[in-house]
Design a protein. Structure first.
Length: 229
């Protein structure tokens, strides 16, 4: 709980994956990939109930063996490539009602810790924000990124204010989502239909070495190198 409000954590794990087939059960540092997320959520003190939403019988069996609750099997309509995580979370809230705060945890962030989950929820409480997402420092500052115009000439994606210094040490902090933790008040999430709203969503900062979001074999191997030291 946070400030007396009940918290549901939802781990989303469908069977299909084009980038890395079978990744959710692929062995990472001696355990299935999804096991790292389940262990972190089980250790998080603010989480009242943890469930997995999956359409895959093998994933369901494996996560139940890890002591995780799987109260329903996700419908095929919410299991294809076009299905968004928000719709999966809202479906879980409809099927498992009664919670005031929800946390989305994707198995592809195995280096996220229980402290990150509790930290994001705590940030909501201390700031009064209706939502919080985890971020890491952007590898390139947006003021230094360029596209091109219709003539093929440089065109800044995000022009700095006039007179602003572009020296690295003078640049203001810039963050990017790392996909590890998405938390929100349930009523607010149903209304906004997004975890992200500028001016309202708070951030929980995570270091780059714990911010790998696994989509490819290269990502998987990079995470394993970090975990095995």
């Amino acid at each position: 709980m946070i400030e007396g409000r009940s918290v549901l954590a939802v781990v989303t794990a469908r069977g299909g994956s084009k980038g890395l087939p079978g990744k959710n059960l692929r062995t990472l540092a001696g355990r299935p990939l999804i096991a790292w997320t389940i262990a972190a959520a089980q250790a998080a003190g603010a989480v009242d109930r943890l469930i997995v939403s999956s359409d895959d019988a093998e994933i369901i069996k494996a996560t139940q063996a890890l002591g995780c609750d799987v109260p329903f099997r996700r419908s095929p309509e919410l299991s294809g490539d076009a299905a968004g995580s928000l719709d999966v979370v809202l479906d879980a809230l409809d099927r498992v009602p009664g919670f005031e705060v929800v946390v989305l945890l994707q198995p592809t962030s195995p280096l996220r810790t229980a402290a990150d989950i509790d930290g994001a929820l705590g940030r909501m409480a201390t700031t009064g924000a209706p939502a919080c997402v985890s971020v890491t420092e952007a590898p390139m500052h947006p003021w230094l990124a360029y596209g091109q115009d219709a003539r093929g000439r440089l065109d800044p994606f995000c022009a700095p204010p006039g007179g602003a210094s572009l020296r690295r040490q003078d640049l203001p902090p810039a963050w990017m989502l790392n996909g590890a933790v998405y938390a929100a008040e349930v009523d607010w999430l149903r209304r906004e239909r997004s975890f992200l709203k500028p001016g309202e969503t708070a951030i929980w900062q995570m270091p780059s070495e714990r911010s790998i979001d696994i989509d490819t074999l290269e990502d998987f191997e990079a995470a394993e190198r970090l975990m095995l030291g």
